[in-house]
Design a protein around this ligand. Structure first.
Ligand code: NAD
Ligand code: 13P
Length: 343
């Protein structure tokens, strides 16, 4: 029929909200099939019911997005292959550590000409260097992949609070515009830029800065310190991105996102003086949702160590050293005495 079919790979907090938003548009826009297939990493709920069945019955994800109706045209599917088999537009939105395994399972299972977009914040570090998630998807599956990132706390978009996001693309502007059409709603403004690495690194690295901001909150250091940490963090994000990808543009760096889970759990970590691990706090505070900032800090640290750049990026390095218990949370401000001028 020529209509596009959308599948969403992932059904956590943002995965569920993205599915809801997309389904509200596919129901209205004539160039898309109504149905949005959402792949669910299956689990059994305390009631004994399967999560995917519960979603299809209640039209609600009671574990990762309780209290919000997804729309009757969101269909949960626990079988990855079946979820993607008819789709020509794939939305990747899982925690970044699972993407590689998922892509391997999808090899040879996709329709020809399928387009992808990644809403995932994170990166993988390989022998050859850092690999952004969109590139991992492109390289493993041989498909074009845009990214969509922004200061987008899923729970706020779920209740339609006005937000905006940026789509980054490489070369294929037409594909990027199609994604923009699919994601845009009156409460979700989408712009498009030809700077995929800039957009993706911005979304990814902000999670490390959000952890630093959380430490400052947990130590009750106040607003000036938090603003300083965020400015230094932004400067390091930009310098790091440009060292890795010289094509990254300055004006991509406007994201702020300290309202999320990374900041909140980092605050608790600092309040406990670093005595309880991030893993423990994540399990206790997030009920199955996943933090990306701690592993991203480790991945960034690997890149910094490999290039001998730690001294150039004291904030990014210190966040990792605090996360693994090598330094106390208070050292988040101590490094600034020897912060080099990166601008
Ligand atoms: P989440 O953290 O809420 O949920 C974790 C998800 O991982 C669940 O769906 C769970 O079923 C799944 N999972 C657990 N083990 C798995 C496995 N072995 N294989 C595959 N899946 C498994 O997820 P989310 O909030 O949708 O986050 C996805 C991505 O979106 C992350 O990169 C995050 O940074 C990004 N993001 C999130 C938000 C937000 O506000 N939640 C906003 C913007 C971007
Ligand atoms: P958290 O994962 O810290 O909640 O942040 C989500 C996000 O990336 C919003 O932009």
């Amino acid at each position: 029929t020529g209509k596009h079919r959308v599948a969403v790979i992932g059904s956590g907090n943002w995965g569920s909200v993205a599915s809801r938003l997309l389904a509200s548009n596919t129901a209205k826009l004539p160039s898309f099939h109504d149905e949005v297939r959402m792949w669910v990493f299956e689990e059994t709920l305390p009631t004994g019911e399967k999560l995917s069945e519960s979603i299809n019955q209640a039209h609600e994800n009671c574990k990762y997005l309780p209290g919000i109706k997804l729309g009757t045209n969101v269909i949960a599917d626990p079988d990855l292959e079946s979820a993607v088999k008819d789709a020509d537009m794939l939305v990747f939105v899982t925690p970044h550590q699972f993407v590689e395994g998922i892509c391997k399972k999808l090899v040879g299972k996709l329709r020809p000409g399928v387009e992808a977009i990644s809403l995932i914040k994170g990166m993988e570090v390989k022998m050859e260097g850092p690999c952004m998630i969109s590139k991992l998807i492109t390289d493993t599956l041989g498909i074009n992949c845009c990214v969509l990132m922004g200061a987008n706390i899923a729970n706020e978009i779920a209740v339609e609070k006005f937000s905006e996001a940026t789509i980054g693309y490489r070369e294929d502007k037409e594909a990027a515009n199609r994604w923009a059409k699919l994601f845009t709603t009156p409460y979700f403004l989408v712009s498009v830029v030809e700077d995929i690495e800039g957009v993706e690194l911005c979304g990814t690295l902000k999670n490390v800065v959000a952890i630093a901001a959380g430490f400052v909150d947990g130590l009750d250091m106040g607003n000036n310190t938090k603003a300083a940490i965020m400015r230094i963090g932004l400067r390091e994000m930009r310098a790091f991105s440009k060292l890795l990808f010289p094509s990254v543009r300055d004006n991509t760096f406007f994201e702020s996102c300290v309202g999320g889970r990374n900041r909140r759990v980092a605050e608790a970590f600092a309040r406990n003086g670093g005595k309880r691990s991030f893993d423990e706090l994540e399990a206790e505070m997030l009920h199955g949702q996943k933090l990306q900032g701690v592993s991203t800090a480790r991945e960034v640290y690997e890149v910094l160590t490999y290039h001998g750049w730690q001294e150039l990026f004291p904030l990014l390095s210190t966040v990792h050293e605090i996360c693994i218990g090598q330094l106390p949370p208070t050292s988040i401000v101590e490094y600034s005495e020897h912060t080099p001028n990166l601008s």
